[in-house]
Design a protein around this ligand. Structure first.
Ligand code: SAH
Length: 346
């Protein structure tokens, strides 16, 4: 069966060069094919027109090119685009294109389902089915880059790992995808335009700092109070705030890159003064800014957006303490493309 053959895009450029040398060809052929596979986005060996027929047949006999298929494209009235992306084994993930006046941001998935169990997030209900491969993450980005050019007449400008999954629970593949996205043989994007969002896997935040990645870091904090965080994000019992703080201090010391905290204010959960004070305190540990995200309801009412007054209280307290805060309105709500809504409904 075809799927038994190895996915050629799991090979590094060096491995591909070695493959050609071993098979009596020039290592240089590896570079050529590598370019076809990544920057030229070839889906078949037949596409590789400057590679001889014999070589193409030889590749065909040894490898497959696994590529994603954008099954359905939904367009929101606010311009947001959601792709349902079918993988080679028929699993489906979602990615979102978010246009603003000046930017196009791709919000990509890193896992099928999610390893974590945040009670307010629709993706968490899917459970983790598998990690995405580097080429599957890369392809989501490339597909959105195409759509950005097609619909908005400009290339993709930013990437956020805020789709389905916890990127730091699929660290090696996420990093490999970023290597390709930023390399000149891939999309040539600057790592400064890429943000990894994590629920706070402390050990991996430190690893990321050690690996000297140049990407930006966002943390889904939602509460600076341990008991509340444990309640709404049960897995955090194994990832205490003290460790998160330590990891973030380590990150900043190594990278000098400020952190963005994502934070939803919910009625009766974190809309009180103690919660505001705890956030302000947490924000003082490391240079940061806060994005207050509008809640996108996914259930029958356990979680509800707090009052406008509560959100304002947060803004006043943060600004008083010279912490930059922005309110992030939902995009693509009508097509279930907003934060926390990605759940393969269609
Ligand atoms: N696992 C990573 C990547 C997902 S990012 C992380 O947690 O950071 C998705 C963002 O949307 C996170 O900040 C998450 O906390 C937030 N989110 C999840 N469900 C939401 C919902 N129903 N409404 C608004 N934001 C939500």
């Amino acid at each position: 069966m075809q799927t038994k053959k190895k996915d050629i895009r799991a090979l590094t450029k060096e491995q591909l060069r070695e493959f050609f040398e071993k098979n009596g060809d020039k290592a240089f052929r590896g570079n050529q094919v590598y370019e076809w596979l990544w920057s030229k986005r070839a889906h078949t060996f037949e596409d590789m027109t400057n590679v001889s027929k014999e070589t193409r047949a030889m590749l065909e006999a040894n490898f497959v090119i696994n590529h994603i298929k954008v099954d359905t494209i939904q367009r929101s009235e606010d311009g947001t685009v959601k792709n349902a992306v079918r993988l080679h084994d028929d699993l489906v993930v979602e990615s979102v294109l978010i246009p603003t006046k000046t930017r196009t941001t791709a919000c990509v998935s890193s896992q099928v389902g999610c390893s974590l169990d945040c009670n307010f997030c629709a993706t968490a209900r899917l459970k983790r089915m598998r990690n995405l491969q580097p080429d599957e993450i890369y392809d989501q980005v490339a597909a959105i880059d195409n759509e950005s050019r097609l619909y908005f007449d400009r290339p993709l400008s930013n990437i956020v790992f805020m789709g389905m999954g916890e990127p730091l629970m699929n660290y090696p593949n996420v990093m490999k995808s970023i290597e390709m996205i930023t390399s000149k043989e891939g999309l040539g994007m600057s790592p400064k335009r890429i943000t990894i969002s994590t629920s706070g896997v402390s050990k991996m935040i430190k690893k990321m700092a050690d690996d000297e990645t140049k990407v930006k870091l966002a943390v889904s904090l939602h509460s600076g109070i341990e008991e509340i965080r444990n309640k709404i994000m049960p897995f955090t019992k194994n990832f205490p705030l003290t460790e998160l703080r330590e990891a973030l201090e380590y990150w900043y010391k190594k990278t000098k890159s400020a952190i963005t905290y994502e934070y939803v204010v919910w009625k009766g959960i974190n809309d009180d003064k103690a919660s505001i004070d705890a956030l302000v305190k947490f924000c003082k540990y490391v240079p940061c800014k806060v994005n207050l995200i509008e809640y996108n309801p996914i259930d029958d009412g356990e979680f509800q957006q707090a009052s406008e007054q509560a959100t304002n209280d947060y803004i006043v307290a943060l600004e008083k303490n010279k912490i930059t805060v922005k309110v992030r309105r939902s995009r693509g709500k009508d097509i279930d493309a907003a934060c926390g809504q990605l759940a393969n409904k269609s």
